[in-house]
Design a protein around this ligand. Structure first.
Ligand code: NAD
Length: 349
């Protein structure tokens, strides 16, 4: 017999609400519970929170313990934070309840990269409870890691990889502007990088570690560089104004070395309105090896839509996987799952 996979959506912000709406389009998925801490959402019907014009019979709660019941939920999809350590208490609640989980927290895409002890702890806990934990998203989780790895599939050898994702920050809100340093003077930007308030992209250590592990490139040191993108022209969004000479974004670079040799360079310049200085957005992957490969996707793969897509598309792979903490390179090839049967869980076989 085949039944829909029962999903608990945890986190109903920009990403989580988009994922929930996408799941509603897949008859092989059934949203059975929803969690968010926002007081304005608690006690409301999920359909009301998603503004879809109909009730879904699912009441949003801020008490996850009341809905983490493995006899009713097959998987939790969680979209609440970027940071693995901050995320761990919530993840442990889910794992200890015996339920699979997909997280889009950037640092969950390869926990070993920065937190090997937490990686081991979550992996062991997942195995004890017989569940699978996956970190994914558009980046990290796809564009600057899994896609790079997949492109090398036919290479006989790889010397070095350089990949970049050039995107437009204009649609994002004040938090992103602050963490990317948009609208600051170059001096204030540099001070923000030094005190940790300007982070740029979250995910380079994870992506570099994932590529290195998959290919066996032996990266033993990772360096990150964050430089201001200084605007030559006036740029403006609803949240920030940038005068010529001020910072329009953060040019963030992550470099992986094997000994003294640079083997992976990932480049992610993020700024508002790049086209005002004739900068096309896009994803570019260059593999220097045999054969040499150069791939360009223009414009860039849309970050929000693709994060929602990949999290939902991975649901059946995670439900079917062996227990443990997984990365995208550990699971079957992801794909847009369109047919109804792609999602159904098999029961009683
Ligand atoms: P958001 O701020 O719009 O939404 C987060 C939601 O989670 C909010 O509704 C908030 O109330 C809720 N929340 C936070 N902590 C909670 C908790 N412990 N329990 C219950 N609810 C909680 O953020 P977003 O744009 O939806 O993104 C979510 C996270 O995913 C961000 O940290 C973002 O950086 C990350 N992200 C990763 C990728 C990727 O490629 N891996 C892509 C997009 C977003």
């Amino acid at each position: 017999m085949q039944l829909p996979i029962r999903v608990l959506q945890w986190g109903l912000g920009a990403m989580g609400s988009g994922m929930a709406k996408l799941m509603l389009q897949k008859s092989g998925l059934q949203i059975v519970a929803a969690v968010d801490a926002r007081p304005a959402y608690v006690g409301k019907d999920l359909g009301d929170v998603l503004r879809i014009g109909e009730d879904l019979g699912v009441t949003v709660t801020d008490q996850p313990e009341t809905v983490l019941d493995k006899s009713k939920v097959d998987i939790v999809v969680i979209a609440t934070t970027s940071w693995a350590a901050k995320h761990a208490p919530d993840l442990k609640k889910i794992i200890n309840a015996g339920i699979n989980v997909i997280s889009i927290a950037e640092e969950m895409s390869d926990v070993q990269a920065q937190s090997p002890e937490l990686d081991k702890e979550l992996d062991e806990l997942a195995k004890q409870n017989g569940v699978t934990v996956l970190g994914t998203g558009v980046n990290p989780g796809f564009v600057l890691d899994l896609l790079v790895v997949t492109l090398t599939a036919g290479c006989q050898s790889v010397e070095r990889i350089e990949a970049s994702r050039v995107n437009d920050l204009s649609p994002y809100g004040p938090t992103v502007m602050e963490t990317q340093g948009v609208g600051l003077t170059p001096e204030a930007f540099r001070a923000g990088v030094a005190d940790g308030s300007i982070v740029g992209h979250v995910g380079f250590p994870e992506s570099i570690h994932m590529i290195s592990e998959a290919l066996g490139l032996g990266v033993d040191r990772i360096e990150q560089i964050r430089e201001p993108i200084i605007s030559q022209v006036y740029r403006e969004t609803p949240h920030v104004k940038v005068l010529p000479g001020m910072v329009a974004g953060c040019a963030h670079i992550g470099v992986g070395y094997h000994g003294d040799k640079e083997v992976i360079r990932l480049i992610h310049p993020q700024q508002i309105h790049p086209q005002l200085e004739h900068q096309d957005t896009g994803d570019y992957i260059n593999i220097y090896g045999l054969p040499e490969i150069h791939m360009a996707i223009k414009p860039e793969i849309a970050g929000g839509k693709a994060t929602m897509g990949i999290a939902v598309n991975m649901i059946p792979h995670v439900v079917a996987a062996t227990p443990g903490l997984k990365r995208m390179i550990d699971l079957p090839t992801p794909a847009a799952l369109m047919g109804e049967s792609a999602y159904y869980r098999r029961v009683g076989e």
